[in-house]
Design a protein around this ligand. Sequence first.
Ligand SMILES: *Cc1c(COP(=O)(O)O)cnc(C)c1O
Ligand code: SF4
Length: 369
Amino acid sequence: MTSDLKEPAISPRDPDAAWQDDVRAGVRHVRDLASLPLSPAQRAAAQEAAAGHKVRVPKAYLDLIDWDDPNDPIRAQVIPSPQELVTAEGELDDPIGDHDYSPVPRLTHRHADRVLLFPTYQCAVYCRFCFRKESLTAIGRGYTREALEPALAYIAGHSEIREVILTGGDPLSLPDKALAEIRARIEAIPHVRLLRIHTRVPVALPSRITDGLVAALQGRLMVTVVTHFNHPREITPAAEAACRTMRQAGFVLLNQSVLLKGVNDDVEVLEELCRELMYRLGVKPYYLHHGDLARGMAHRRTTIAEGQALVAELRQRLSGICNPTYVIDLPYGGGKVPLGPSHIEAREGETWRIRGQDGEVRTYTEVVG
Ligand SMILES: *Cc1c(COP(=O)(O)O)cnc(C)c1O
Ligand code: SF4
């Protein structure tokens, strides 16, 4: 028995009724694609493409789609496309090596001080570009208390772990009760200091960010929520309210985006996204991820040189707090490393030639006592 998003509504006055309506009125199964304003050919293509990766889109996110635009950036993120079925040479099932660093089920430990914990492999929305889609296709891997026991025992036995990152799947697709239970178990481990949650719920199902959800996460641990906004059109009044609720609860909010061709590989789009994240939502742009080698995603990947040109321009236009770090998560567990263009032109002994933000090269000679 798993207990993820598909909980029935309890009563119409229940504070959870709003998000449950959003889930119910959205796309939950491949057959629901038939209710969308697609041409018969587009619908057939989407249904066929859905074979490779689950389909789910809450109503709130569907409502952001401009159906008159076949290249709409919101649609591109959630409606299956036949190109997904094309696996290109070099693409990988486990693009960043999660499994190689997994000592027990549902946990990845690659960096000493932090672990990834996978309480569920289900999501509120299934993104077409997901780098974990191979893990998500296995059915029935929702949350159960027993499934997490080995991972919790591992964390308790490794005193170097200070940060537990709930990811998945989407941890905020779980009911409040499950989240409170997981939080309580983690905070009972004395060496853990911070609980981090990687989620697309504030983007795709913002009504889910209720007072009850926030309360379930509050306790001894510092809480950081890392959202996943990819496009400025995702920054809606509902998303703003969700982020305000989390900020008022004292959570630190960061965002990671994935650089996606045809979605946000444009400096105006990225500039507006990063600026509005910080200035309107109070969410600090943290990472901009270069596309990883998930299967069937060649049509959404940019080149690294294109990404570098975009971030160089962003640095010109936006303040430090609005700028994300452009990173690549290397295959086989190499971890995330920055890809931003280097400003160091040359070095001779203690003298460095460094290109300034204005493009001029200046000399810096080290003077140390
Ligand atoms: C991304 C990731 C983290 C978190 O890395 P930060 O740079 O701290 O955000 C931790 N563990 C694994 C395995 C990861 O992939
Ligand atoms: S919410 Fe995250 S884990 Fe789920 S499909 Fe989207 S990118 Fe993948």
